[in-house]
Ligand binder design. Structure first.
Ligand code: AMO
Length: 423
């Protein structure tokens, strides 16, 4: 018996079909019962004889029945159930009544019972949008001659500075969970010229905020033989357009369901860091440091939206003091490093990197690092590393801002935050 998906029913009026899915909701009207069946493609109403003993919601089931039109049913169709088979009965009532509660449940409850709350249409749509963005990322970069790489997540040293590393025991040695594939993606530029990685990274952020996760999906890009960081930003612009277009093409109904506001993809201006600071200080009367805090980023985002009508804003030529040792110095205190803000939230850091061994040693020392501790890393730069640069996009933050989610945790199936290690 061939399975029909809910999304295929409109072409099957009058026919008898077999559906599989979950019991989403049920109502007993005395003479007759109504139920909703949910599968991966949608939800349909079932009309069920009164003497059938329907199990509780979230049971897995198979139904054979006739497809009929009914203007009053959701989607204008329903299935008159003739045979029902329960493949896996739910053992107890779901802690979250998905259809009723998902849109207004306590956020902590949704995360606590993630294994069922993920079945809600909002949660499913969110992660489908993210999957489409990631698919767009891969498709675009594949077409541009990039090679996908897979680098270790158990590492011997931090890539972004030591403060937020998770230490682990690695037999007799101390190891860490990777904060970023930074050093490895640079090494791989020496192999393939253009590389990308889609993988989780780990940050021991102590603070619980709406934009920090302790484990997040990093979309990393690195490319060789560049003239300067502008080429990297050009690539990121086109990449983001491709990612969003893939989402619009493949998950438009999910975007609509979640009320996603389509961003301005035409213009993504580049503002030098010094100019951004001036604007914050003089035009927005905000105290600013060398690195922008959350408030400053939000203010800059709002300023750019009002002034230029843009959603994406690059802040370029970051000062050396606010960048890691591998950022390419301009020699005047600035670097070729940039951030990209999306609706006032940093979704990317990137830039051109130091590719010369001698300069790298200098930069390490300038930052107070002992080059001896980076011997393995420095080794790589003895063998013809071309000028190169890249960036990383935080997938959850991009999803969060595209969909207007109040917290980045909803953009991850099983978020790890300061207080959450389960489910
Ligand atoms: P950075 O540390 O700025 O740069 O991280 C890059 C992007 O990753 C996202 N991000 C986070 N998302 C959720 N929770 C967090 N705790 C978190 N921390 C960072 C942000 C951020 O812009 N190696 C460099 C990238 C590069 O230069 O290629 C790096 O990791 O969206």
């Amino acid at each position: 018996m061939e399975r029909t998906l809910v999304s295929e029913l409109s072409g099957m009026v009058g026919k008898t079909v077999t559906l599989q899915g979950w019991l989403h909701w049920k109502r007993d009207l005395g003479g007759i019962q109504f139920a909703l069946l949910r599968d991966r493609s949608g939800i349909v109403q079932l009309v069920v004889e009164k003497d059938v003993d329907l199990p509780i919601a979230e049971s897995a089931m198979e139904v054979r029945g006739q497809v009929v039109q009914n203007a009053k049913a959701p989607g204008g169709l329903e299935v008159l159930a003739q045979e029902l088979q329960f493949l896996a009965r739910a053992l107890e009532p779901s802690p979250i009544e998905i259809p009723k509660e998902e849109w207004r449940a306590n956020p902590e409850t949704l995360l606590e019972y993630r294994y069922v709350s993920l079945r809600g249409e909002k949660a499913r749509a969110t992660l489908k949008v993210q999957a489409a963005l990631v698919r767009g990322f891969r498709q675009y970069l594949d077409a541009q001659g990039f090679t996908e790489i897979f680098t270790p997540k158990i590492v011997s040293a931090g890539a972004e500075g030591g403060s937020n590393l998770f230490p682990i025991d690695y037999f007799e040695q101390r190891a860490y969970l990777a904060q970023s594939p930074q050093l490895y993606k640079q090494i791989m530029v020496g192999v393939y010229e253009r590389v990308y990685e889609v993988a989780p990274v780990f940050r021991a952020e102590q603070h619980a905020t709406s934009r920090h996760l302790n484990e997040y999906l990093s979309l990393d890009v690195e490319m060789g033989f560049i003239r300067d960081e502008n080429e990297v930003m050009d690539l990121e612009e086109n990449l983001l357009r491709a990612m969003l277009e893939e989402a619009r093409r493949s998950v438009s109904s999910e975007l609509e369901l979640l009320g996603a506001e389509w961003p301005n993809l035409t213009e993504m201006p580049r503002l030098e860091h010094a100019e951004a600071r001036r604007i914050l200080r003089e035009e927005l009367s905000m105290p600013v440091g060398q690195d922008f805090n959350e408030e400053a980023e939000r203010a800059l985002g709002a300023w750019a939206k009002e002034r230029w009508g843009v959603d994406f804003l690059f802040v370029s030529k970051y000062p050396e003091v606010a960048r890691p040792f591998y950022a390419y110095p301009e020699g005047d205190g600035r670097t070729r490093g940039f951030d990209l803000l999306f609706r006032g939230l940093e979704i990317t850091s990137g830039g051109q990197r130091v590719h010369e061994h001698r300069m790298l040693v200098e930069q390490l020392e300038k930052k107070g690092n002992d080059p001896a501790n980076f011997a393995g890393y420095l080794e790589v730069f003895k063998f013809g590393m071309p000028p190169h640069g890249g960036f990383a996009i935080g997938a959850e933050r991009l999803t969060q801002k595209l969909l207007g989610l109040p917290n980045v945790r909803y953009a991850r199936a099983f978020p790890r935050d300061r207080h959450r290690l389960t489910p």
